[in-house]
Ligand binder design. Structure first.
Ligand code: HEC
Length: 149
């Protein structure tokens, strides 16, 4: 059974979002489900470390900071860094590198960023970005979803 009888809470922290809850049927893949809700297809709430307090209180996930299109760009409540563009193509492209002090991401370093909060040069990301305690499958599914954005 899904939490709340088939409904997932949404934090509503992303500007312009009206609907703050979701149905399982809104999502086509495990990666998309995690991106929007923070729950995986086995109904497990993915544990996080760091990130703002509202994430723990209201729930929420990637979408609440990086947006429905993955482009980020809006400051978030109680965040110090503005969430960046995390579309797969921009993370792995050389262009992304120009504004950043690290080499482009690879599939493996994207997974490390999500789980451990470390960028490709080995530097820790700002603590506004939660560290997600995901299984190999879940993090792989999320990266697959980032490729569709
Ligand atoms: C509370 C807001 C928040 C949430 C929720 C969040 N992020 Fe982030 N994320 C950030 C911020 C802020 C940064 C930038 C950190 C920095 O620059 O040091 C970031 C950075 C990243 C990066 C590294 C990008 C880069 O350019 O270095 C990736 C990849 C990423 N997030 C993926 C995710 C995924 C996948 C999820 C969901 C599982 C997620 N984030 C959830 C705020 C968030």
């Amino acid at each position: 059974m899904y939490p709340g009888g088939g409904m997932y809470p949404g934090s509503g922290m992303y500007p312009g979002r009206i609907s703050t809850s979701y149905n399982r049927s809104d999502f086509e893949s495990n990666g998309e489900l995690i991106y929007y809700t923070g729950f995986n297809e086995s109904d497990e709430l993915i544990e996080t470390e760091y990130g703002p307090h509202w994430l723990y209180v209201h729930g929420g996930s990637c979408v609440d900071c990086h947006g429905t299109d993955g482009r980020g760009g809006y400051p978030v409540m109680m965040g110090f860094e503005v969430p960046p563009d995390i579309r797969y193509e921009s993370l792995v492209s050389e262009e992304h590198e120009e504004e950043e002090e690290h080499p482009p991401y690879t599939e493996e370093t994207i997974k490390r960023a999500i789980r451990e909060g470390i960028d490709p040069s080995g530097e820790p990301l700002d603590l506004t970005m939660p560290r997600w305690k995901m299984t190999d499958k879940d993090v792989g599914d999320v990266v697959e979803y980032l490729k569709t954005l």
